[in-house]
Design a protein around this ligand. Sequence first.
Ligand SMILES: NC(=O)c1ccc[n+]([C@@H]2O[C@H](COP(=O)([O-])OP(=O)(O)OC[C@H]3O[C@@H](n4cnc5c(N)ncnc54)[C@H](O)[C@@H]3O)[C@@H](O)[C@H]2O)c1
Length: 247
Amino acid sequence: MTRGPLAGRVAVVTGGARGIGLGICRRLAQDGASVVIWDRDLAPFDAATAGFAPAALVPVDVANLASVERAYAGTVAKTGRIDILVNNAGVNGPVAPTWEYPPDAWDQVLAVDLTGVFYCCRAVIPGMRAAGYGRILNISSAAGKEGVQNIAAYAAAKAGVIGYTKSIARELVGSGVLVNSLAPVITETELFREMTAEHIASSKAKIPMGRFLTVPEIAAMVAWVVGPDCTFCTGFTFDLSGGRATY
Ligand SMILES: NC(=O)c1ccc[n+]([C@@H]2O[C@H](COP(=O)([O-])OP(=O)(O)OC[C@H]3O[C@@H](n4cnc5c(N)ncnc54)[C@H](O)[C@@H]3O)[C@@H](O)[C@H]2O)c1
């Protein structure tokens, strides 16, 4: 029998095939959850190196309502229910000042990073309400709290995630469903290989602890927020900033 604080729980992680999402899946599985990966691109998921066996791998575009509803129906047909949803899927979009920012890219970033969170919450919440239990964690970003020049669509979407989280947490008070979000700073992932040394150095300089956040640190906080010890927090945005965040 599976042991751990999340034993018996079914957790869906969007964008779980790689990066931060994969690290979250690994940790939730270690803690005993049955983990279902929802991702637009499942190819990067490598069962041989993942270190856990997902309960299901479900192709989904979180920006497409019909696709999300299909993924929900397919998942519940297999697992019976969803106890935990981690909305992690996200895209960065182009880097450009707002007067040069392509309007279609704006629509796409908002569609994935904000509307996708709404679609996934909308799909899972009725089942959680009926069960009287649920944990939802939406991955925002420090960019959503502070704003960042040249990635305004991303920052606006991530700020939207914080407002959306606060709002639905209140809609769900008393239902047994808690909804929170997480605002990490830049995190050490494979994407670092695509960044210039200057960009990496200037990002690090903004973090008082003088180092980058790591994926296992994010996963550990996610595990606590969606786990049995988190019972009195809802509508909150947890911070992972190495001392950078001031509110
Ligand atoms: N990497 C960082 O430094 C950092 C910092 C703060 C917040 N975040 C947030 O953390 C989350 C994960 O970031 P990451 O660095 O692991 O990114 P990543 O690009 O490595 O992974 C994102 C995953 O989301 C999936 N995805 C993208 N669009 C999708 C869609 N429409 N439908 C379904 N799946 C989709 C991708 O296929 C991929 O597997 C994102 O929401 C990101 O904004 C990242």
